[in-house]
Design a protein around this ligand. Structure first.
Ligand SMILES: C[S@@+](CC[C@H](N)C(=O)[O-])C[C@H]1O[C@@H](n2cnc3c(N)ncnc32)[C@H](O)[C@@H]1O
Length: 262
């Protein structure tokens, strides 16, 4: 009986820890063993990325489930949270950049900035390097114990697993210590996520705010990309998105902005 309970617990832990770099690297190794895309499942990031790289189309590779392919409106909307002009941003980090679509959009938007995209996926980074110029793509497992990536005016973490797949306060504290130390004075970290997912920073944000009193925390609603692309006016997009989600009984997406003093 005790063994059954222990097994169940360890299964739960394993399932919940899919996001750790160790487990991501294992999933990636499995996917990269395959040279025929039809043998790969598309539900995980690595299978989907590899399918695209091996010639599959976007629909059957389900790439849009893993990466936002048309992120212009989201980038524009998130920039609206920052107290600065796009021309004043000189360095941007896209954490967990996937195939590079958001990094490319960040480079279009922040015309004076050097944009760095980092992802653990070898296939995604290869695709980014081939398809998007003017961006520094780095294939790395990002971890708080690693050396800093650099110093940045803005760090974007769009659906980045350490914030969206665990509600472990200690883990979030380590991640914030690591990332906030890489902000230039007056810099911002933007964490974008589907709100109310209990195993996410949704559950720890109030305690994190107390842990980092020298930083300013703000939480904003982010409308669906499609809504803001059509309406373009911030309050209209938020209002319309709110109505739609109310009908569908879905919580809105959120953008948490953590800012360093100048
Ligand atoms: C859901 S995808 C989001 C991709 C992209 N940010 C977007 O919104 O379109 C999450 C990405 O983060 C990457 N990732 C997750 N944890 C990582 C880590 N610790 N280091 C590097 N990349 C990581 C995954 O490989 C995956 O490509």
């Amino acid at each position: 009986m005790q063994n059954d309970t222990e097994n169940l617990e360890s299964k739960k832990v394993k399932k919940n820890e899919k996001w750790t770099t160790e487990n991501l690297l294992k999933a990636q190794a499995d996917a990269r063993n395959t040279e025929n895309f039809s043998d790969l499942e598309s539900y995980g990031d690595f299978g989907s990325y590899r399918r695209v790289l091996l010639g599959d189309d976007f629909k059957s590779s389900m790439l849009s489930y893993h990466n936002q392919l048309n992120p212009a409106a989201k980038v524009d909307f998130c920039h609206g949270f920052l107290n600065c002009r796009a021309e004043e941003v000189f360095s941007v980090l896209d954490l967990g950049c996937g195939m590079g679509y958001t990094a490319k959009e960040l480079a279009n938007f922040y015309k004076n900035a050097k944009v760095t995209g980092v992802d653990i996926s070898i296939d995604a980074i290869e695709y980014g390097k081939k398809n998007f110029s003017g961006i520094e793509f780095r294939c790395e497992a990002v971890e708080p114990k690693n050396p800093k990536i650099g110093q940045f005016d803005v760090i974007f973490a769009f659906e980045f697993y350490p914030f969206t797949r665990t509600n472990d306060l200690e883990i979030h504290i380590q991640w914030l210590k690591y990332l906030l130390s890489q902000l230039t004075p007056g810099g911002h970290l933007i964490i974008h996520l589907l709100w109310k997912r209990p195993r996410s920073v949704f559950s720890t944000i109030c305690r994190l705010e107390k842990e980092f009193p020298e930083f300013r925390f703000a939480t904003h609603t982010v409308p669906r990309e499609q809504v803001h692309r059509v309406l373009k006016i911030r309050f209209l997009s938020v209002f319309f998105d709110y109505l739609v989600r109310l009908i569908l009984r879905k919580a809105p997406n959120k953008g948490i902005v953590i800012s360093r003093a100048k």
